[in-house]
Write a protein that binds this ligand. Structure first.
Ligand code: UN1
Length: 506
C-alpha cells in the first residue's frame, strides 16, 4: 500500500478555495509574482500576424533546405547553447509571456505560469539530450575495424502545433528539431499566432539562424497542407486531432520520393478507474483538476470517470460540491479557475455534444446559463452514462462522463482499452498489486496512480500515447530526439595502412 502525501486536504468544498495547493506549486508562483504578472498584463498588446501566401511557403521551404547543412554541421554544443540561452531569456520574461497566454489563449494565470515553465524545461532538456545522443558512440567490432555510430539531423522539418499549449508544445517541437540539427518550418495554430511569433523572436535573438527557424501562419487546410506536400520536407511533427494526423499521414504517403516520418500526438478518451478502496477526497480532487482545469482543453484531460458502485454516490456528491466552488469567468482575473473555451467554433462543437448528452442521459450538474459578456464560457458539466463503450468520442472541453461499475476492474480496463485511444489513465485504489496489474494491462502512454492525470513534467513524465492517441515517441523523454535523427554507422578497416596494404603491394 502506497499513498501520496496528498491524502489529507481540506475537502470537499475547498478544493479550489483558500487551501488550494497542487503538486507543481503553480498557484503559489502566481501569488508570488502577482504584481509582475498584473503589470505585464496591463501593457500586453497581442500582435497581429499575416497569413503566409503559397509562394512564401515555397520560398521558406527552399531556404530551410539550403540552411540545413550549415546548421546540422554546427557543433551540437553550439545549438544546445542557443537553446539554453533562449530558455534563460524565456524564464526572465515569464510575466510577459504569461500575459500573452492569458490574453491570446484565455489561459488562467496558474496554467500560464506552468506553461512558460514547461517551455523553459523543453529548451533545457532537449539541449542536454542532443548533446548526450549526438556524441559519437564507439561500438564493439571485430579486431582490425573501428565502428562508430553518429546521429545527425534529417533535414527541414514541418512543426504543426496546437492552440491549447501555444507556447510549450510549439517550443517543444521546434527545440527538439533544432537541437538535433534540423531546420524548422513552424506552423502554429491559427488561434494563437502571437505567442508563436514572440517565441520565434526570442529564439532568433538567442542565436538560432533566421533560415533555420521560419514561422508560417495560416490555416492547416491551406498553409499546413502546402508545407506537408512540399517534396523536400524531411519530417513532420504534429500535435492536434487524430483526424488531422491521419490526413497528414495520407498526404505524406501519397508523395513521390522518400518515406517521410510523422511524429503525431493526438487525442484521448482518457479514463480514471476508481475502485471501492479509493479515498473519495483524493478522487474528487484528482477529478476536478484533471477534468475541469484548463477548461478540459488538454489532450491528457480526464473524460471518463469509471467509479465503483460502492462509493459512486459519495464521490459524485463530492465532485458536484467541488465543481460548484470553481470560479468560472474571465482569466484576466487571478481568482478564475475555469476560463472561456478557445473560440466560438470549439464552443459550438462541444455544446452540440452536451445537448445530445443532456437529451439522452442523466445530468449530474445543473445546466449553466449563458454568459452574455463571455459567450464561449462553459462551466463544468457532468453526465452519467450507462457503459464505457457509450463514450464514443473525445469532447475537448470541461465535460465529464461518469459510469458506475462492479465486479472485476480488469474487465472495465479492457473496455477502456477497446475505445482505441491510449493516452492517459488514472487509477485510484489502495491495493498496490491491483494498481500494478491494471497499469500493465492498460494500453496507454501515461498512467497516474492516486493523483491527477494532467501536467506531465518534462524529463519526469515523458508524455504521449499510442493507437488513436499518436505515434510516440514521448515528448520530454529520453527517446524523443532519436526520431528527429538519421543514424549513420562508420566502419573503418584499421588494418589497411598496415598488413593489408603491405600484402597488396608486396
Ligand atoms: C496536450 O494537451 O496536448 O500532461 C498535451 C499535460 C501536458 C501535456 C498535454 N504536459 O497536461
Amino acid at each position: 500500500l502506497r499513498l501520496e502525501t496528498k491524502a489529507a486536504f481540506p475537502l470537499p468544498l475547498d478544493l479550489y478555495g483558500a487551501g488550494r495547493a497542487n503538486s507543481l506549486g503553480r498557484d503559489l508562483a502566481v501569488v508570488a509574482q502577482r504584481d509582475d504578472l498584473l503589470a505585464a498584463h496591463a501593457v500586453c498588446v497581442v500582435p497581429t500576424v499575416a497569413e503566409a501566401r503559397s509562394d512564401e511557403v515555397d520560398a521558406a521551404v527552399d531556404r530551410a533546405i539550403k540552411a540545413f547543412d550549415a546548421w546540422n554541421h554546427a557543433p551540437v554544443a553550439q545549438r544546445a547553447a542557443a537553446l539554453r540561452f533562449a530558455g534563460d531569456a524565456l524564464e526572465a520574461q515569464l510575466p510577459r509571456f504569461c500575459a500573452l497566454l492569458v490574453k491570446e489563449a484565455h489561459k488562467t494565470w496558474s496554467d500560464a505560469v506552468s506553461e512558460v515553465r514547461e517551455a523553459v524545461d523543453f529548451l533545457r532538456f532537449y539541449a542536454n539530450e542532443a548533446e548526450r545522443i549526438q556524441a559519437p558512440q564507439t561500438l564493439p567490432g571485430p579486431t582490425g575495424e573501428s565502428n562508430t555510430l553518429r546521429l545527425e539531423g534529417r533535414g527541414a522539418w514541418v512543426c504543426i502545433s496546437p492552440w491549447n499549449f501555444p507556447l510549450a508544445i510549439f517550443v517543444g517541437q521546434v527545440a527538439a528539431a533544432l537541437a538535433t540539427g534540423n531546420t524548422v518550418l513552424a506552423k502554429p495554430a491559427e488561434q494563437t499566432p502571437a505567442v508563436a511569433l514572440e517565441a520565434v523572436k526570442l529564439l532568433h535573438a538567442a542565436g538560432i539562424p533566421a533560415n533555420a527557424l521560419q514561422l508560417l501562419h495560416g490555416p492547416g487546410e491551406t498553409v499546413g497542407a502546402a508545407l506537408v506536400a512540399q517534396p523536400g520536407v524531411a519530417g513532420v511533427v504534429f500535435t492536434g486531432s487524430t483526424q488531422v494526423a491521419k490526413i497528414i499521414q495520407r498526404a505524406l504517403a501519397a508523395k513521390d520520393g522518400p518515406i517521410v516520418p510523422l511524429i503525431a500526438e493526438t487525442g484521448g478518451i482518457n479514463a480514471m478507474l476508481v475502485d471501492s478502496t479509493a479515498l473519495p477526497e483524493q478522487v474528487a480532487d484528482a477529478v476536478v483538476q484533471s477534468a475541469f482545469r484548463s477548461a478540459g482543453q488538454r489532450c491528457s484531460a480526464l473524460r471518463l470517470l469509471c467509479v465503483h458502485e460502492g462509493i459512486a454516490d459519495h464521490v459524485i456528491e463530492m465532485i458536484q460540491g467541488a465543481a460548484k466552488e470553481l470560479v468560472v469567468g474571465d482569466t484576466a482575473d487571478l481568482a478564475t479557475d475555469v476560463g472561456p473555451l478557445i473560440d466560438a467554433d470549439a464552443f459550438e462543437g462541444i455544446q452540440r455534444e452536451v445537448q445530445r448528452l443532456r437529451a439522452q442521459v442523466k445530468a449530474l450538474l445543473p445546466e449553466p446559463a449563458p454568459t452574455a459578456a463571455l459567450p464561449t464560457l462553459m462551466p463544468p458539466q457532468m453526465f452519467e452514462i450507462g457503459a464505457v463503450a457509450d463514450a464514443k468520442q473525445e469532447i475537448f472541453g470541461p465535460v465529464l462522463q461518469v459510469v458506475r461499475w462492479k465486479g472485476d476492474p480488469l474487465a472495465v480496463l479492457q473496455q477502456i482499452n477497446a475505445l482505441g485511444y491510449g493516452l492517459t489513465l488514472g487509477i485510484q485504489t489502495r491495493i498496490d498489486n491491483r494498481a500494478q496489474a491494471l497499469a500493465r494491462a492498460a494500453r496507454v502512454g501515461n498512467v497516474y496512480v492516486n493523483r491527477n492525470m494532467i501536467g506531465a513534467v518534462v524529463g519526469v513524465q515523458p508524455f504521449g500515447g499510442e493507437g488513436l492517441s499518436g505515434t510516440g515517441p514521448k515528448a520530454g523523454g529520453p527517446n524523443y530526439l532519436l526520431r528527429f535523427c538519421a543514424e549513420q554507422t562508420l566502419t573503418i578497416n584499421t588494418t589497411a595502412a598496415g598488413g593489408n596494404v603491405a600484402l597488396f603491394t608486396a
